[in-house]
Design a protein around this ligand. Structure first.
Ligand SMILES: C[S@@+](CC[C@H](N)C(=O)[O-])C[C@H]1O[C@@H](n2cnc3c(N)ncnc32)[C@H](O)[C@@H]1O
Length: 218
């Protein structure tokens, strides 16, 4: 399996997968079916990231989660597996095609009853939600241009100590000043800077997969 992180080579990636919670048949088949879709496969989160998100969901005792960016459902599967019985994940995307794949795998994994899929632009979905601090965990992994807006909409909807996880904040290393390729890189650069000084959150950026930022709501 090719690493999704520019920080890992094949050998180190295989080693860490071989020494972590093993990927099961459902995850393996989902990875293979998504890989067969072509270049879009790069959008799927890394397996080690999924394992970590399951553990984090469980350790935090998350009962209510939300994700922006379902795709073929790997991250939703990871979060849902960490939820206790009765726990809920709201997963948002615009694509019926990709989320059909997701729903098949959620069924197969026996966790479909924990996930509500909402199709439509995620910003509209978020704005339509009550402004109550309902969520323990949020995962942002969709259109990068809206990342700031997603954080702003999520903020009032997160409980104190709730965690927002944001994907792809290292952009294959192109966030380093001077390495930017395009407007999206520059946007994430500015976004990362703004979060680092945002006193509403305790912020940790880690080199997991393509870079993850963890925001704990103070
Ligand atoms: C990087 S992929 C998500 C990968 C997924 N988390 C996984 O584990 O496989 C990004 C997803 O965001 C969705 N997306 C893009 N723009 C969106 C928007 N405005 N609202 C909701 N979803 C959007 C795309 O359809 C795509 O499925």
């Amino acid at each position: 399996m090719t690493p999704k992180s520019f920080l890992l080579n094949d050998e180190v990636h295989s080693y860490l997968l071989d020494h972590s919670e093993p990927i099961d048949d459902v995850q393996r088949d989902l990875i293979e079916e998504t890989a067969a879709l072509g270049d879009v496969f790069s959008m799927q989160i890394a397996p080690e990231q999924g394992a970590f998100m399951t553990m984090l969901t469980r350790l935090m005792g998350v009962t209510s989660a939300i994700e922006i960016g379902t795709f073929t459902g790997y991250s939703a599967l990871a979060i849902a597996r960490g939820l206790p019985p009765g726990g809920r994940l709201l997963s948002c995307d615009v694509s019926p095609e990709w989320t059909n794949v997701a729903q098949r795998y959620w069924d197969r994994a026996g966790i479909a009853d924990r996930i509500e899929l909402r199709l439509g632009p995620a910003l509209e979905t978020l704005r339509a939600l009550p402004q109550d601090p309902a969520y323990d965990l949020a995962f942002i992994d969709a259109d990068k241009t809206e990342y700031s807006a997603y954080v702003e909409e999520l903020y009032p909807r997160m409980r104190t100590n709730g965690l927002i996880i944001i994907d792809n904040v290292l952009r294959d290393g192109q966030v380093i000043p001077g390495n930017e390729r395009n407007d999206e890189d520059r946007m994430i650069q500015a976004f990362n800077h703004a979060l680092a000084v945002d006193q509403r959150f305790e912020t940790v950026l880690l080199p997991l997969a393509d870079g993850l930022t963890f925001l704990r709501k103070r």
